[in-house]
Design a binder for this molecule. Structure first.
Ligand SMILES: [Fe+2]
Ligand SMILES: [Fe+2]
Length: 154
C-alpha cells in the first residue's frame, strides 16, 4: 500500500473509534475504557510512523512551507498525545467531565487529520513520486505492525 492510502486508512479507524467514544454514555464505563485503550494504541502507532518515516521524507522533499507544516503537525501530535489523551486516560469514564474531554480530543484529532489530508498529503503527492510513496508505505506498514505488537504486549 502506498504511504497516503495507509495513513488515510489509519485516520478512518481512529475517527470511527472517536465517534464511538463520544457517542457513549457515562454508564458505558467498560466500553469507554476499551475504546480509549484502542484509540491510545492506534494513535501511538500512527503518529510514530508519521514522525519516524513520513514527516521527515515530506520535509526533506519540500521547502520552507513544508517545514512549517512539519512543525505544526508535530505540535498537534504533542497536544493530542502528550496533553489531552493522558488527561482523558486519568479521567473517570463514568463522568460528564470525561464526555467533555473526549469531545475535545475528537475535535483536535479531526482538525489534525483534516489538515493532513487536505494540505500535507496533497502536497506530498506533488513532491514525491509513486515509487517513493510506495516505498514509504511499505516501511511504515512494517514499522506499524512491529509497534502494534509491542503496544499490545505492554
Ligand atoms: Fe498526524
Ligand atoms: Fe495522520
Amino acid at each position: 500500500m502506498d504511504a497516503i492510502s495507509l495513513l488515510k486508512e489509519d485516520h478512518k479507524l481512529v475517527k470511527a473509534l472517536l465517534e464511538d467514544l463520544t457517542g457513549s454514555s457515562t454508564r458505558a464505563v467498560k466500553k469507554r475504557t476499551d475504546l480509549l485503550q484502542q484509540i491510545h494504541m492506534n494513535l501511538a502507532a500512527h503518529t510514530t510512523i508519521e514522525e519516524e518515516i513520513f514527516y521527515p521524507a515530506f520535509r526533506e522533499a519540500g521547502k520552507k512551507e513544508e517545514e512549517k507544516m512539519y512543525f505544526e503537525a508535530l505540535e498537534e501530535h504533542r497536544a493530542a498525545e502528550d496533553l489531552v489523551l493522558p488527561d482523558l486516560m486519568k479521567t473517570d469514564p463514568g463522568t460528564e467531565q470525561f464526555s467533555g474531554r473526549a469531545k475535545v480530543l475528537k475535535e483536535l484529532i479531526e482538525h489534525h487529520i483534516e489538515e493532513e489530508e487536505t494540505e500535507m498529503f496533497k502536497d506530498a503527492k506533488k513532491l514525491l513520486d509513486k515509487a517513493q510513496l510506495q516505498e514509504l508505505g511499505e516501511r511504515m506498514q512494517a514499522r506499524k505492525l512491529q509497534l502494534l505488537k509491542q503496544l499490545k504486549a505492554a
